[in-house]
Design a protein around this ligand. Structure first.
Ligand code: FES
Ligand code: FES
Length: 137
């Protein structure tokens, strides 16, 4: 199957591989698995508690090349976004950017699910006052 240059670029040079301390209250961790294939993706965001802006993002993906490319792209897109903007990211944008073939669309869904899970995890950690300030209330 021919893969796009964008997939190969992110697969060969994945951006933002790594992890943050999941216990840090400024960090949100999303861990999701794809029922289709058993691949697992962990995506983390570091949020500025004063502004609610995502300052950094990292991922570790145990999965196929398209899942790695999708999560690499997602971490790039997340930096500088608000939590609401992050929640608005759609897997279809990843599909378009990477030109994913139909059988690999679920790999991009994994990335969208991981973003949502990371935001929720961050919001769940915040005390009520902070949660309100960053739009979680
Ligand atoms: Fe084998 Fe995704 S199905 S790595
Ligand atoms: Fe399952 Fe890519 S995440 S094949």
């Amino acid at each position: 199957m021919p893969y796009s240059d964008a997939i190969l670029d992110h697969y060969n040079n994945p951006r933002n591989v790594g992890s943050f301390d999941a216990k840090d209250t400024s960090v949100g961790t999303g861990l999701v698995g794809a029922p289709e294939c058993g691949d697992v993706m962990r995506l983390q965001i570091r949020v500025n508690p004063d502004t609610g802006v995502i300052e950094d993002a990292k991922f570790k993906t145990f999965g196929c090349g398209s899942a790695i490319a999708s999560s690499s792209l997602a971490t790039e897109w997340l930096k500088g976004k608000t939590l609401d903007e992050a929640l608005a990211l759609k897997n279809t944008q990843i599909v378009e950017e990477l030109a994913l073939p139909p059988v690999k669309v679920h790999c991009s869904v994994l990335a969208e699910d991981a973003i949502k899970a990371a935001v929720k995890n961050f919001q769940d950690k915040q005390p009520a006052a902070v949660a309100e300030a960053v739009g979680a209330a």
